[in-house]
Structures are given as structure tokens and as C-alpha cells.
Design a protein around this ligand. Structure first.
Ligand code: FDA
Length: 395
């Protein structure tokens, strides 16, 4: 083999690709990682609001969406959140637990990327940035790649090129094209963990409140998330909306409980009527929501009267509206701002043990390019680490 030849070529110097590269390098495999971007791991750097939510200690298959839900079980068991956490600890990276199990870097995501690059260096991995792959040919043994840096050969080819979200960060459909080239099925993709846009009338009316956040419990598609909701000048965002967006289908309506945990709301409202008959409804809601939201909501619902004007039926209807505000999004912001891509390479065509395509020996798919998508909270990186590490044992 010549200088351009490696045992393993990995396309994508992101989370999964770098983890796989270091793992295979430590096994003595000659590994090259190729990325068309000018910098490795750009999504790691921008993740978690710049502080990389690098894992969730309680991650489980239940935190993932996939058409083949059992596929992720094996890898998550073999390289766990604790395994990644131990690596982080060995590199002396400071971390903070934001909510139970959800681990972030203290100041910046940079140490996580530096850790992966250090591991790759120690494992003898070559990394070629600003290099694009223009063609792939299967050979008697392995693959021949045409790249902007010339031809390259490898025994194992790993596709770790991620999903379609944030095209400005280098996201492409490369992995899906490779899958199709080799006859592997690709399931339809759509944006996940993404803010909602609203129908024009609601958008115009809500946008003056942009920046306001309140705790809600949102339900759709058989899922419910109780987290903050953020009003933006385009629509609805915040953890609650990002989470439910992965389960939402166009045309569906969200049911938003604006006072989560208030099961006896009708009784509470009756007590208000009793205690403050001449107070306006808005006064009560200003005590439980941001004042400007309370004003807007009461006006939008026509609740401009005082409590003594509310019949029992009206109270029940107010309670129902507050605990199940119906919002039909116009759509989502799409791949431009989505954190992840749902769908992708059908995992039925991939071994859950090795990550090799069942019918194409030597071809591997790892990370987000596969039809495995985590909920918000560090699960997506854990999938990248677990799938990358497991494939790294076999490539
Ligand atoms: P990843 O996208 O990391 O890497 C793919 C690499 O392939 C890129 O470097 C890209 O340039 C390269 N590539 C693509 N096409 C190519 C081509 N044609 N030729 C060569 N190279 C190509 N998750 C989480 O768990 N915690 C968090 O805090 C966040 N935060 C977050 C914020 C934002 C804004 C986004 C967009 C995403 C997150 N995520 C997240 C999700 C997380 O970033 C994502 O799931 C992983 O990065 C996926 O890892 P991969 O290695 O599969 O793809």
C-alpha cells in the first residue's frame, strides 16, 4: 500500500468520527479522518450553547427515536455514559450537572474537542481537513476514494458525516448518498429538536412577547415534556418545544399546559372567585405567569371580566384552556436551526454490534447519519460516542 493508503478512512471529523478514529488507532489500525470543513468538530464547539452537554448519565434506549428502536441498545450498553465520563475525568475537564444526569462543560465546549483530538493524536490518527470526497469505488478488497487531495484506498470505510442540520456548519447529505450508492435504504429525514414557527395571526400577536419564558408541559404524538417554553420573534422554542418537535408531524396541534402541576386548577379558580370576586382574572394570572404573558393571554381569550362574572361552567372552561392551550404550529424552523436530523440510514441494514452494512463488507455508518435520534439532554452525543467506539473495535 502507498502513502495515501490506510486501513480505515472515516469521513466526518465530528463527534462519532473522532471517537471511532481514536478507538481504531489504539488497536493499531492506520486511520485517516477526512472532513470538508476547515475545522474538526464544529458542532461540538457550538453545542450546548457553547458549553457542550456531552452526555446524560441516565441515558437509555427510551431517550431515542428510531424506526428500529432496539438497534441502539447494544452500543449504549457497551460504551456507556459512565465510560465517556471517565474519559472526561482522565483529561481533567471541569464539568457541571445542570439537571440530574445532564453534564455540561463549565466554561466552553473546547476541552471536549481538544480531548478527542488529543486521543486521536496519541492513537496516531491522521486528519485531513478541507478535503472532500468526490467518488467512492468498491474494490476486490476495500474501497478506493476520489478526493480533492487525490485518490486514497482503505480496507474499511466509515461514514460519520452526520445529519442535515445547520448546513452552514458543513452538514450535507453525503452519508445518505453513500448509503444509496451501495443499495442501503434511507428513511425520510426531517428536522428534530427544532423551534416551531406559528401561523401568521398568532405569530404577529405573540412576537411582541419574544424573550419571555415560562414552565409548561407540552403534549403531542403520545409524548409529553415538562420544561420551559420560550417565546421568540419567530414562534415557540425552549427545551419543551425542542423536545416535542421531534415527535410532532406537520398539521398536528400541540396541547400546552400553562400551569403544569396544577391538577385542581378549577378548584383554585373557584377559590379565587370566592376570595376576590371583584378582581380581574388577569390579576391572578399575573401572579403565576410573567405579567406581560398574562395580559396577552387573558386578552386573547377574552378574559377581561372579573371573577364574580364567571359561572361554574366558565371556570371549568378557563381551567381547560389553561391546562390544554391548543396551538397549531405553522411548521418548524427546519434544518437551518435544528439540533438534529430525524430518520436517515435504515438501521435494519446495519449490524448493531459492528456498525457494518450487512450486505457491504467494510462499509460502516455511525452517529447521526443513522436513523437513531436522541432527545435533548446529551443523548445525541452519547450516541455518537457509543456508536463511534463500538465501530472502532471492528473497522
Ligand atoms: P457531526 O455533525 O458532529 O459531524 C459530521 C462531520 O462530517 C462534520 O465535521 C462535517 O463537516 C462532516 N461532513 C459532512 N458532510 C461531509 C462531506 N460531504 N465530506 C466531508 N465531511 C463531511 N447534542 C448533545 O448531545 N448535546 C448538546 O449539547 C448538543 N448541542 C447541539 C447544538 C447545536 C446547535 C446542534 C446543531 C447540535 C447539537 N447537538 C447536541 C447534536 C450533536 O451535535 C450531534 O448529534 C452530533 O454532533 C452528531 O455527531 P456526528 O459525528 O454524527 O456528526
Amino acid at each position: 500500500m502507498g502513502a495515501a493508503d490506510h486501513d480505515v478512512i472515516i469521513v466526518g471529523a465530528g463527534a462519532a468520527g473522532l471517537m471511532c478514529a481514536a478507538t481504531a488507532g489504539y488497536r493499531g489500525r492506520r486511520v485517516r479522518v477526512i472532513d470538508h470543513a476547515p475545522q474538526a468538530g464544529r458542532k461540538i464547539l457550538m453545542s450546548g450553547g457553547g458549553r457542550c452537554n456531552f452526555t446524560h448519565m441516565n441515558t437509555s434506549p427510551a431517550h431515542f427515536l428510531s424506526d428500529n428502536p432496539g438497534f441502539c441498545i447494544s452500543a449504549l450498553k457497551r460504551f456507556t455514559a459512565r465510560d465517556f465520563f471517565e474519559l472526561v475525568e482522565r483529561h481533567g475537564i471541569d464539568w457541571v450537572e445542570k439537571s440530574p444526569g445532564q453534564l455540561f462543560c463549565v466554561d466552553s465546549s473546547r476541552p471536549i474537542l481538544d480531548m478527542l483530538l488529543t486521543e486521536c493524536e496519541w492513537a496516531g490518527v491522521d486528519i485531513s481537513l478541507k478535503t472532500s470526497v468526490t467518488g467512492i469505488e468498491r474494490q476486490a478488497e476495500g474501497f478506493r476514494l476520489h478526493t480533492s487531495a487525490g485518490p486514497m484506498q482503505c480496507a474499511s470505510l466509515v461514514v460519520a458525516s452526520g445529519g442535515l442540520s445547520i448546513p452552514t456548519m458543513g452538514a450535507t447529505g453525503f452519508g445518505y448518498d453513500v448509503a444509496r450508492q451501495f443499495g442501503l435504504p434511507v428513511l425520510p429525514t426531517r428536522a428534530g429538536l427544532v423551534p416551531f414557527t406559528l401561523q401568521p395571526a398568532l405569530k404577529a400577536s405573540l412576537s411582541p412577547l419574544s424573550g419571555l419564558s415560562l414552565p409548561v408541559s407540552v403534549a403531542c404524538g403520545g409524548q409529553r415534556f415538562t420544561e420551559p417554553m420560550l417565546i421568540t420573534h419567530r414562534g415557540l422554542s425552549g427545551p419543551a418545544m425542542l423536545q416535542i418537535s421531534s415527535y410532532w408531524q406537520p398539521g398536528e396541534t400541540l396541547a400546552i399546559d400553562l400551569l403544569p402541576g396544577s391538577e385542581d386548577l378549577a378548584e383554585q379558580l373557584a377559590a379565587q372567585r370566592q376570595a376576590h370576586p371583584s378582581a380581574r382574572l388577569e390579576t391572578f394570572f399575573s401572579g403565576v405567569w410573567p405579567r406581560r404573558f398574562a395580559q396577552w393571554f387573558c386578552e386573547a381569550q377574552g378574559w377581561t371580566h372579573d371573577w364574580q362574572q364567571c359561572s361554574q361552567v366558565t371556570l371549568a372552561s378557563i381551567a381547560q384552556t389553561v391546562s390544554g392551550w391548543q396551538v397549531k404550529p405553522g411548521g418548524t424552523e427546519g434544518y437551518r436551526t435544528a439540533e438534529v436530523t430525524l430518520g436517515g440510514v435504515d438501521t435494519r441494514a446495519i449490524s448493531s454490534r459492528t456498525f457494518e452494512a450487512r450486505d457491504v463488507p467494510g462499509l460502516y455508518f455511525i452517529g447521526e447519519v443513522l436513523d437513531v435520534t436522541g432527545q435533548l439532554g446529551g443523548h445525541n452525543f452519547q450516541w455518537a460516542w457509543s456508536s463511534g467506539w463500538c465501530a472502532g473495535q471492528f473497522v
